[in-house]
Every structure is written in C-alpha cells, then in structure tokens.
Design a protein around this ligand. Sequence first.
Ligand code: ATP
Ligand code: MG
Length: 628
Amino acid sequence: LPRLPLFEAISQHNPKSTAVVHCLSGRSFTYGELLPDIYRARERLYDAAGRTNIEGERVAFLVENSYDYVVTFLAILAARAVALPLSPPFPAPELQYIISHAEALLLVHSPKFAAKVNEVLSTAWPEASPNPNPKVVEIPKHMGVSSSSSSNTGSPYYEAVSLSEGSDAGQAAMMLYTSGTTNRPKGVLIPESALTAQSSALKQAWRYTPEDRLLHVLPLHHIHGTVNAVITPLLAGSTIEFLFPFNADAVWRRFANPFLEADPAAPAATNGSVNGNDAADKFANMRREKITFFTVVPTVYTRLISTHKLLEQSPATARFAEACRKAVSPEHMRVSISGSAALPTPVKRAWKELSLGNVLLERYGMTEVGMALSCGLDFGDRIDGSVGWPLPGVQARLVETDEETNTATVILPGEETDPVTGKERQGEIQLRGANVFSEYWRNPAATAKEFVPADPQDPDQRRWFKTGDVAVRRPVPESAVARGVSKSGDWVTAATAAAAGGATTNNNTMYFILGRQSADIIKSGGEKVSALEVEREMLSLPEVSECAVLAVPSGKWGQKVGAVVILDGEFVAGGGSWKPMDMRRALKGRLANYKIPQILRVVDNIPRNAMGKINKKELVKAVFSDDF
Ligand code: ATP
Ligand code: MG
C-alpha cells in the first residue's frame, strides 16, 4: 500500500458500501471499486510520464466534482506525486500561471475540460515560464464503470504496489493555492504527514463514521472542499454526494428527498419548481438516504435561508418547506459546519430557527494548516462568534505585539485581560503541529516571513506559523464546565494537553476571531476596531442584507471605519433607503461610538471569490478611493 494511512483505511472499509454518489444522476461508486480504479488511473499517469517513478512531481488536474475527481486525486497521491487540483472556472491565463508556476509534469483532465485545456495550451505561455509544456493526460469518463465486477475488492491491485525505499513522510502530497483574498494566491506544499494529521484530527473531532452521508457542494481546489469534505470522509468510510455548483433549490430538494417519500402527500402542487415530481423533474434520480453531514461556507447558509423563506411563503411549496426543516433538524442532520470566513451571528440564529434547533458548528482553518480550531459536537459549546479550541495535535497560542516597542508577548492562559486597562488582550493566532505545511512553493522569502524561528530554549523545536489572524480568548461556557469538558475541550485528551505543554494550550478557553491583521483590524485614532465585530452588528439590523466593513485611509485618523452595504430587498421594496445618519442611529447603543462606521456606501453587489470571501484591499479601492 502507498504510505498514506488513507489507503489502508480505504482497503479496510466495507467494499460494498458507497464511497461516492453523483447527486443529480443518483449514480454511485463503492469502496470496493475505488482502489482498483485508483491503481488503474495511476498506470495512466505512469504511461503519460514514460516512467513509474513520479514521486514529488506536481501533477495538475482539471476534473469536475465527481467520482473521477476522487480517483484522479488519489491516484496522484498513490504515485506519491504532488496533487495540484485546478479550478475549472479560472480563465486560461490564470490556469497557465498556476501550471507553469508549479512546474507541473502532467496536466490531467476529464473529457469535459478538453476545450479548456486546449485553450490553456494554445495561449502563449508567459515569458520565462519554468515549465511551459506539461504532458497532457485525458482520463475516461466514469472510470468506475469499467471495473470488471462490483464485488471486486481491489486486492489484486493494491497488493502489487510496493513503497519505494527510503521515502520520507515529509514529502509533499498536495499543493493548494490559497484563496487569494489578500494577495496573489500562494502555492502551499502540504506534506503527507500533514495531510494525515489534518484528516485524522477531523475524523476524531467530528466523529465521521461509515454511516455518515455528506452533501458536497464546495469547489475542490481549496482545503475545505478537499481535506475536510473528501479526504476525511474517505478515511472514515463515509459517503460523499457531489452536487456542484451549489444551487439552493437542488440542495433543498436533496435534503428533503427522503422525507418526501415518507409522506407522499408532501410534494404539493408543483409548476416545475424545486419540489416537482413530474416526468420532467430534474431531481428525480436523487437518492433517498438522508444527508447527515454538511460543511460549507457562511454564504451557502445565507442563500439556503433566503430560498427557504420563499418556499415557505408560497402555498404551493409550504409543505415541501416543512420537509426541508425536518431534514436539517438535529434529529437527522448530525453535523452542520460553517467555516472559511466568519459566520455572522444572525445567520447562525436564522439557521437554528429554520432547522428546528440545529446550532451551526464553527471552525477555523487555512490552506497552510488545514483546520486548527473547532467547536465541539455538543451544541452548548458552540458559542456565538467563537471558533472553538485547538483540534487534536494542534498547538495554538496568541501573541500580542506592542507597536511602540515592537515586542511580541505570548498571552499566557489566565492573562487574557490587561491588568492595567481591564481590556481583553488581542493577539495573533500562531500554530504548530504535524498539521502545518512545510513551505510556500518556490517562495522561501514568504516561508521565512510567516514562521517564527524556533526558540533555542524550547524543547519543542518546531516553528510557530503566523496566521495573520487576530483573536481573543475567553473562558469556555459554564454549560461545558458542567459537563466536565472545561479542562480539555471535548476531544483534547490529557495526553495531547500534556504534550502541548501547559503554557501554550488554552485548556479552558475558546478562541474568538477578530479578523485579519492586514484587512480587518482597523486602526482608527489610536483605537483598534475589529471589522468582523462591526459586520456582525450591522448584519443583525433588519435593513442590512450583506455588508463589508473596511479600513479606509484617513489623514486625520490614520484609518477610518467604512461600511459597504447591500440593503435588504423587502426594506428597499417598501421604499426604505439608508443615509449615513440612519446607519449611525441604528448602530448607536449596539457599538461603541468609535466603532460605528464613519462612511457608508450602499451597493447592489459585493464581489466575492470562489469561497465566498471578500478581497477588502480591492473593495476599498473600488468603493472609497474618492475618500482617500
Ligand atoms: P490568501 O492567503 O491568498 O489571502 P485566504 O487567506 O483567504 O487567501 P485560505 O487559506 O483559503 O485563503 O483562508 C484562510 C483564512 O480564512 C484564514 O486566515 C482566516 O482569515 C479566514 N477564516 C477561515 N475560517 C474562518 C472563520 N471560521 N472565521 C473567520 N475567518 C476565517
Ligand atoms: Mg491566507
């Protein structure tokens, strides 16, 4: 077997149980099919490369969210090459940049993207491209269909595989580009050992099991979609259903599907809408097993909530809307997770109401470290605004910087409050552990900048990674204390707490993210304002549907707080409008005066990237440059 424990786990799962489902066609693929298909796909890679050792070579791939994606991805891992998933909607020059920057040996694609690949290849490569000509491999559609029989357990294939001698676990398994929210995306090299640490921590913390069925609606070129929602469920033997691109109607229909069968009267009159069950029903082949696991970005919940509102308002779909509620209730949807960007509290509350009590689980992570902090499985641990505590094997600390003296101080447990001012101390989150990446691809300067060199006094010589995100720590809730999880969080065992050394664990505290140092911490007239905190308050106003709070350069204040707002549709339809004065009046009493935005722009659209995130540097230029 290849080195990654993932392969051993896959070989041990029940071969008859379902690994992957294509949600719209209902077509499914078993764990028994998976390994033989992986090894067959790996042969194709070897053939294309003209050799059977491609360890450490980057293999870029462009495959739709499907079984074929999983097979291709794992075939690259099985070859111990570096898997580089590409994003299909990227324009050709952007793909070219990544392929060339990564010096990909191979470019694998599915038939669907043949034209796109031609476009990439026929565009002139940027000057001084290190590797302008990757070898192109087209994989056949539905690789699983060609397997000789469904009872095939794969043994003849995986037994034939041997590990190369002397290969080290530090070898990169995957290369992902960051979301590019603050700058041009950076290539992050993720070692095999980190991939293993990240996925086994999530399996343990979120208790993925073979009974879990995850609906997957995210892009597959980011850590959230790949590690949290593909590698980890495969490690646990769960089932992944792909439904991409995200479509709120289709997601609701899939959630409700098992419950419509139980109550045949449920899909009321149709007129071709989402609950339709006529011959033209494009969702007719969806499976009936209930979805138990869902992990997405906050904007997905926002869209599901507004679609559900519409379903509920129309008499034709009101009963369908009831089935939707049931499907996402705590009784049926075991875990619903939000992450990759801050979850606005009003969205969390609205989801709780919609779902008859399901409290969203928030977690925090990034491309460079996978998931680092997470709330627990108990609803009582999911405190509004908190992303929880360190996952198994992860060490976290907060580091405060005194700007005048430029000195960094670790905020030790129990010292979260400044004894002089009585204020909460804010610090940058720093992380270390087996989950952390090794380096930015071909960017030693960035790598050096983002790590704190090891302290010679520290017996643990691993470097701390500087996340660039600022947070505070607060005590875990009383309810958790009462359940006896206070000392450790739900999953931190005595052993991991001890290994982390008392000084750096936050045994009885939770983390609250204030935002990115570079974009969300607004320094206005000597005060620090967290954009996320202001956004949270603004979003709880009935007039506001979406917003972004930005640092606007100001001669007088250094920076001032600016707000970009999309007004609520009903409010506007009812003749409502918003002037800066209205905003200030609405926020008075909710926020300290210096936190209330000084300038306001009402817009129709706030641009977001594939992960629903806002590039604030660009937005501030686009919206407020007149005020600079
Ligand atoms: P780039 O590094 O290219 O600017 P990016 O940082 O958005 O892009 P990712 O690695 O995909 O790329 O995202 C990680 C970042 O997402 C974190 O550093 C943090 O700012 C943000 N983030 C992730 N989860 C949360 C969360 N639960 N709450 C608030 N912010 C979050
Ligand atoms: Mg980043």
